[in-house]
Design a protein around this ligand. Structure first.
Ligand code: ADP
Ligand code: MG
Length: 699
């Protein structure tokens, strides 16, 4: 049977043997035939296409050439012997260079013999050469097929005959034995309808393609399959959690909500806030367990939604918790909520890593007795000692830092798991949201509170410094306040600190007392001093706040209308967007100025251009994904949870959507996958789920 065949240990493949098998396991994680089959090439070389030497300077990637070696020489450079061969075709001559290993290569370089050369031309001084090309006598390659797969290999593998080419050979060997042994994993109707190629064809073609179109079809088929099962798993997870774990029912909106809404609401809710609250309210009445993602741009008013959501729980006799990724953010939430609730009889506590033993004990007791209504904190909330009397609703303000596993830990805080609302600090690209939060329902706040004017963003160089200072003066004259933010990146902390201090001095000189007052806040200050300076700025006693990124998630000062970001080329897009979101909170026109040096990488340019062009966090998130890839955006921990083999969430957005739609359609028709036509997907899904230890705690 197929599976047994594919589970055969790799040493039994012809051409492998025990020693190479050991290396394959160690270096590439290949233990079985199946592993080898799933070790996909990352590109192809077309062995039938040749470039000419004269074209090389215009090419981006590697090229394949055909020609003769007309001269071989060695040059001594320090201790190294460099091997140089002059290679000629009809259009010109180029040098092939080996910095190492020349003594093995040299005997192969016969004159007046046709060779095929493959490599990438590099500019070396004023002329091009090809360092370390692959080179082979043309006689020997004539029989090779057109398109050849290129695999990643390691030095150890290469030295043992398993360079990309070697891997290609053993894989071809395996493919030869596969005919009729690869089971389809998708229903025939789906394969047919989507015009996918069969699994067997895909696995054959991805390794040994007959042409480019088939190689492409193979990739699409395998990407679709991977994403389809991922989406299916996410939807199934959601379905099971709804079915198995009923949620708390909050039959009424409750008096806490109503009292706040009628008597203490600081402003009218936006349409989007109202809509989202309705969606949440609906979840609370169904008896289903709510597991909802709230997406909304910076400044869209998520905190208020979080509070109103928790108040619904409290009015129904439950407790609420609000969890934030950092202590600063948790503290900020605590202060905001305490302020909004100050006239109500609701007990609020803050629990972070720096809460002392005595207070901690008091808080723990208050939670267990039910005296505390709302607990705000960091992941300290997740600790097992933190027990609630009756936790009904958890809000996670997450900045992409909490994964599925952590959510699951919150679920265990009550026999019936509390409802969960996950809020993202910056919007997440659609394909990532679908994939990483595919088990959640999604609500979107797509409207900013009224009266906000779009922030005007510009990019300025150091040479414009005086003009920027002049602009700051004119804004201050209008009564506005200004942030000047410096990067603080761990590795160069002292350097950054010096920059900050230099900047502070320059500003203090240019904005002298008594007309101007300047605050400074940075990580090396004592908490109390920081707080003091923050408060001076909040109260309007100082006009300029010079700070490191501590303010990113910190203060809310509606009168601040200018954000100057220094060395902004060093910030990531989402951080820039977050920082910019500190202004534009009042009724005045606000500005963001991105200061940079002259030298900018292509990526920095793109980031700056994007910031100048748009204020839309969703659009910015898409560009960020393109630039950084999903791993960096979601954090390695979470992307590790997924571990995609072939699909690329940054590039395969269309396939993600297609996979999502199809998974949805199938579960819509057949929620338990009982239809015999679906038995193959049920079987495969079952295996996927069993291999995930998290599964148990989540369903
Ligand atoms: P975020 O979604 O980034 O967490 P916040 O909840 O911090 O946004 O809200 C940003 C600012 O908008 C706060 O000053 C908040 O008080 C204010 N705000 C929130 N909702 C409204 C509203 N409906 N009308 C006016 N201002 C609002
Ligand atoms: Mg917020």
């Amino acid at each position: 049977m197929l599976n047994e065949f594919l589970q055969t240990p790799i040493e039994f493949l012809k051409g492998v043997g025990p020693q190479r098998a050991l290396l394959l396991k160690k270096e590439a994680g290949i233990y079985t035939f199946d592993d080898l089959l799933n070790y996909f090439p990352f590109r192809y070389v077309d062995r039938s296409q040749y470039h000419s030497i004269s074209e090389l300077p215009t090419l981006d990637g590697p090229a394949q050439l055909k020609g003769m070696i007309i001269h071989v020489s060695e040059r001594q450079v320090g201790k190294q012997t460099r091997l140089i061969a002059k290679f000629q075709d009809r259009t010109g001559i180029i040098e092939l260079v080996w910095f190492q290993g020349g003594k093995w290569i040299k005997p192969l370089l016969k004159l007046n013999t046709e060779f095929q050369v493959y490599g990438k031309a590099k500019l070396f001084g004023s002329s091009f050469n090809i360092p370390h090309p692959e080179i082979i006598e043309f006689e020997k390659v004539k029989s090779e097929k057109g398109l050849q797969a290129v695999y990643s290999s390691t030095e150890k593998l290469s030295m043992n005959g398993l360079s990309s080419k070697g891997i290609c050979k053993i894989t071809a060997q395996l493919i030869d034995h596969l005919k009729g042994k690869i089971d389809e994993t998708l229903p025939y109707s789906m394969v047919n309808e989507l015009r996918l190629i069969s699994r067997e064809a895909a696995l054959t073609q991805i390794h040994c393609p007959t042409d480019e179109i088939r190689a492409m079809s193979a990739r699409i088929r395998l990407k679709f399959e991977e994403l389809f099962f991922l989406q299916l798993e996410m939807l199934m997870r959601k379905q099971i959690s709804i079915r198995k774990t009923g949620g708390h029912v909050f039959p009424e909106v409750g008096s806490a909500f109503t009292d706040f809404y009628e008597n203490h609401l600081p402003f009218n809710l936006t349409g989007a806030q109202k809509r989202v609250l309705k969606e949440i309210r609906k979840d609370f009445m169904t008896g289903h367990h709510m597991n909802r993602l709230l997406q909304g741009d910076v400044g869209s008013g998520k905190t208020l939604v979080a509070l109103l959501t928790m108040l619904m729980g409290i009015g129904n006799g439950f407790q609420g918790a609000l969890m934030a990724p950092t202590e600063i953010l948790a503290t900020q939430h605590f202060v905001t909520l305490a302020e909004m609730l100050k006239e109500m009889d609701i007990k609020l506590e803050l629990l972070t890593g720096s809460v002392g033993k005595k207070d901690r004990k008091r808080i723990h007791e208050g939670l267990e007795s039910g005296e505390v209504h709302i607990l705000v904190g960091t992941h300290a909330l997740l600790e097992d000692v933190v027990k609630f009397k009756n936790l009904g609703i958890v809000v996670i303000d997450e900045q992409h830092r909490f994964g599925v596993a952590q959510r699951a830990r919150m679920w265990k805080k009550n026999t019936i798991p509390p409802h969960v609302l996950v809020m993202t600090a910056t919007p997440i690209p659609r394909t990532l949201a679908m994939t990483f939060y595919g088990d959640l329902d999604v609500s979107v706040i797509d409207e900013l509170p009224p009266g906000r004017k779009a922030i005007t963003t510009s990019h300025k160089f150091e040479a414009n410094r005086l003009a920027v200072f002049g602009f700051m003066k004119s804004e201050i004259a209008k009564g506005r306040q200004i942030y000047v933010v410096y990067p603080l990146i761990k590795e160069s902390e002292t350097l950054d600190y010096n920059n900050l201090m230099d900047g502070y001095e320059a500003i203090s000189r240019y904005f002298p007392l008594p007309d101007y007052r300047v605050s400074i806040v940075h990580g090396q200050m004592k908490a109390a001093d920081k707080e003091f300076e923050m408060q001076r700025f909040v109260k309007g006693e100082t006009q300029i706040m010079v700070a490191t990124t501590v303010i990113e998630v910190g203060v809310n000062v509606p009168n601040a209308s200018v954000m100057i970001i220094e060395s902004s080329e060093r910030f990531g897009l989402s951080q820039l967007h977050q920082l910019r979101g500190r202004v534009g909170r009042g009724a005045e026109q606000s500005y963001c100025v991105l200061m940079t040096g002259i030298k900018l990488s292509k990526e920095s340019k793109k980031r700056l251009e994007t910031m100048v062009r748009t204020n839309d966090g969703f659009e910015i998130a898409e560009v960020d994904l393109e630039l950084r890839g999903p791993g960096d955006i979601m954090g390695t921990q979470q992307s590790g949870e997924l571990d995609l083999k072939i699909a690329d969430l940054a590039k395969d957005g269309q396939i993600v959507v297609l996979a999502r739609d199809n998974a949805r359609k199938i579960l819509g028709e057949d929620p338990l996958l009982e239809n015999p036509n679906h038995s193959i997907i049920r079987e495969k899904l079952r295996k996927i789920m069993m291999s995930k230890p998290n599964w148990g705690s989540i369903s």
